[in-house]
Design a protein around this ligand. Structure first.
Ligand SMILES: *Cc1c(COP(=O)(O)O)cnc(C)c1O
Length: 414
């Protein structure tokens, strides 16, 4: 196989020799050794505290690997919380974000020991304070650390990479937060702000410019409500070059830039919750070709699975990069052509891209997609048309190990 920027050839042999009838419907593999060394690189700095946005990949082995490299965990649901706790993570290393936190959910999280919350509405702030006050043994010594999530808008007409006036349910405007009185929340330690409004950024300059523009509105908000701004959480959004534009973020530059942001904001702690930038690169999705045809002049490949296992291309219009899985394959020595890659679902949405593969790609051959370590298995729509759930494997110390077996539709149909 030809060397590409995204394919780690150390797993090639394992993928080529992996033969399992259940996996003929498509399976995931995560390269844990590569993940571990990548995470270690991200930790070689003392500027930011790193959290992992669990939604990117909640597999047990992935969480354990992040844990082993000192990451903390950002969870946005009860399911994510339980999955992280099940890996033996101390709840004091868990942060809870999300726009749909009911009082009941907040109480349950507090009960399970979670002590750090990003609140996204005034109701959430009131409820969390009430939850703490209603505890059987109220302890004011262990107040939860609370960050207010802010949603900024730039004037229309101004070029605005933050999404302009497109409104989301994440957080609240400065104008809304300005109405609160911190004295009303004696059971909470409201000491930080959170902001995250953009995705998949691939330019260091643009990121720095965005972050820089946020400091003044945020520090102004903090001082107007009398908050000592100790923590600033800038969320995620660090990008992956899915379509091979040749742009990539330089981590060392991110760290330099964030040191400046941290100093300007005057905060004790700067946090990021990384999703794709932490885990995308370590993951692969392997799927066989089931059919090949020419339709109105377009070469089409139909795969055993599509958006039922891997939905991201259909909802973002960005395909994952692909290669054929063939011993000693070299794209340079091979006549290549573009194919439309379709899955098995009876909807035109089920398309994984228009991508280059060998002209002689044959039925039964396997394709391997890259950058599938984030927003893969759990983001997909596996139930439509009653197909199989994908298996998940990890590759570590030269061995492929199954973490989740493929499941037939009968496992989830009622
Ligand atoms: C999804 C999410 C992230 C991670 O986003 P990436 O773009 O994958 O880095 C971080 N923080 C919050 C609150 C999120 O919802």
């Amino acid at each position: 196989m030809t060397k590409s920027t995204w394919f780690d050839t150390s797993i090639e042999h394992a993928l080529l020799t992996h033969k399992s009838p259940e996996d003929e419907h498509g399976y995931y593999v995560y390269q844990l050794d590569a993940l571990k060394s990548h995470l270690a690189t991200l930790q070689q700095q003392d500027v930011i505290k790193l959290w992992f946005a669990v939604k990117a990949n909640p597999l047990s082995k992935i969480i354990q690997t992040l844990d082993s490299e000192g990451f903390n965990f950002d969870v946005a649901s009860t399911g994510e919380l339980n999955q992280v706790l099940a890996q033996g993570i101390n709840p004091n290393r868990i942060l809870n974000t999300g726009p749909a936190k009911s009082k009941k959910q907040l109480a349950a999280f507090v009960k399970q020991g979670v002590n750090t919350f990003v609140v996204e509405s005034i109701n959430q702030l009131n409820w969390l304070n009430e939850v703490m006050q209603e505890q059987e043994t109220p302890t004011l010594t262990n107040k939860p650390t609370v960050l207010l999530r802010v949603q900024l808008q730039w004037d229309e007409g101004e070029k605005n990479p933050l999404g302009g006036n497109s409104l989301t349910p994440f957080g609240l405007s400065v104008a809304q937060w300005q109405n609160i009185h911190l004295d009303s929340y004696p059971a909470l330690d409201v000491c930080g702000l959170h902001i995250f409004q953009w995705g998949n950024m691939l330019s260091n300059e643009k990121m720095f410019s965005l972050w820089s523009q946020m400091i003044t509105p945020l520090t102004d908000l903090a001082s107007s409500i009398g908050m000592t701004l100790e923590v600033l959480d800038l969320g995620g959004g660090l990008g992956i070059d899915y379509v091979g534009e040749g742009h990539a973020l330089t981590w060392s530059k991110i760290i330099e830039d964030l040191a400046i942001i941290k100093a300007k904001a005057g905060v004790k702690e700067l946090w990021l919750e990384l999703g794709r930038f932490a885990v995308a690169e370590c993951g692969y999705y392997v799927v066989p070709v089931v059919d090949r045809k020419i339709n109105y002049g377009q070469e089409q490949l139909v795969l055993a699975a599509g958006i039922n296992h891997l939905i991201r291309p259909a909802i973002t219009d960005q395909p994952f990069p692909v290669q054929i899985l063939r011993k000693d394959f070299s794209a340079e020595q091979q006549a290549m052509q573009s194919f439309d890659l379709h899955g098995p679902l009876c909807t035109s949405l089920d398309k994984l891209g228009h991508l280059s593969l060998p002209q002689d790609t044959a039925i039964g051959e396997k394709l391997v997609f890259g950058y599938c370590g984030a927003y893969g298995f759990t983001e997909s729509m596996p139930f439509f048309l009653c197909h199989e759930l994908a298996a998940e494997y990890v590759y570590q110390n030269g061995t492929l190990t199954q973490v989740r077996a493929a499941q037939p539709a009968s496992s989830y149909m009622a």
